[in-house]
Write a protein that binds this ligand. Structure first.
Ligand SMILES: C[S@@+](CC[C@H](N)C(=O)[O-])C[C@H]1O[C@@H](n2cnc3c(N)ncnc32)[C@H](O)[C@@H]1O
Length: 263
């Protein structure tokens, strides 16, 4: 790697701090200093149902994701969920509706301005089962084995080294827990040079899909599977699910109940 990890992380943090400070989010007309909003996508384009977004604060819907991991995570009442790189909080709030009052959703983000924005949004939304923590996804401020579901949306590509991100996700999940992440990946090799300024665009740091799945497996996850792919070019978005341990093979609770009576 041409640049030390910290150089990239600082460039990424500065980029998202500037986006967080804008009043409207990056799908609105860009301010003069932020004309390269290349992570910005209309929510419907990446799998959000407008009906699900109704009732969320406008400032949470920033167009920074590249998929809808909550829709594919099967979150149920009472689950503990962590969102890696939570931004303005969109996926935290959607997950919180599914986890209900008995569950809890924690967003982790390294950019103080994003955490502040997400906290304002939580107050506006009146949600009490959510929480935002300032921290690195490579060093999660979460206890071992306490989480049912890890989510992330268009963030892990921004990490200079993906291995510690997945190791940390594995550490905090309970046995049988799952990770469901949407991210930018590529079909071809990574670009030869690295420019910390363009890393924030979610393209320079994207791994080849096979390499991405390999890093997930190397962290200890099992049954990694691509649940959805958006885009046909050499750079595209994939939503991937993997499990910590044998729960991968377990049927959902309803099927288990039916089976107990007849098989
Ligand atoms: C492209 S935005 C995605 C935000 C959100 N997931 C969404 O879908 O709207 C990337 C976010 O990840 C955060 N981020 C990037 N690298 C991070 C890291 N290493 N640790 C913690 N947060 C990080 C940034 O501060 C930013 O808020």
């Amino acid at each position: 790697m041409t640049f030390p990890d910290d150089t990239i992380r600082i460039a990424v943090r500065d980029h998202y701090a500037e986006i967080a400070r804008t009043e409207t989010g990056c799908c609105a007309p860009a301010p003069p200093s932020h004309s390269d909003a290349s992570c910005c996508t209309e929510p419907e384009q990446i799998g959000y149902d407008p009906a699900d977004l109704a009732g969320l604060p406008d400032e949470a819907i920033m167009g920074l994701g590249c998929g809808n991991p909550v829709a594919l995570a099967g979150i149920t009442e009472g689950e503990i969920v962590v969102d890696l790189g939570s931004g303005g909080g969109i996926d935290v709030f959607l997950a919180a509706r599914k986890a209900g009052a008995g569950g809890r959703v924690i967003g982790v983000d390294m950019t103080p301005e994003m955490v502040e924005r997400a906290e304002r949004n939580a107050t506006r939304a009146g949600l009490e089962n959510v929480e935002f923590r300032l921290g690195l996804i490579e060093d999660l401020p979460i206890e071992d084995g306490t989480v049912d579901v890890i989510l992330s949306n268009c963030v892990i590509n921004l990490a200079p080294d993906k291995a510690p991100v997945f190791s940390e996700a594995f550490r905090v999940l309970r046995p049988g827990g799952r990770i469901v992440v949407s991210d930018i990946v590529r079909s071809g090799p990574a670009p030869a040079g690295i420019d910390p300024r363009s890393w924030s665009s979610c393209v320079d740091g994207a791994l080849a899909l096979d390499d991405y799945l390999e890093v997930i497996a190397a962290a200890g996850f099992e049954a990694a599977e691509v649940l959805r792919r958006d885009g046909e070019g050499s750079i595209f978005s994939a939503t991937v699910r993997a499990f910590k341990g044998a729960a991968a093979a377990e049927p959902p609770p309803e099927e288990r109940r039916a089976c107990a009576c007849g098989c």
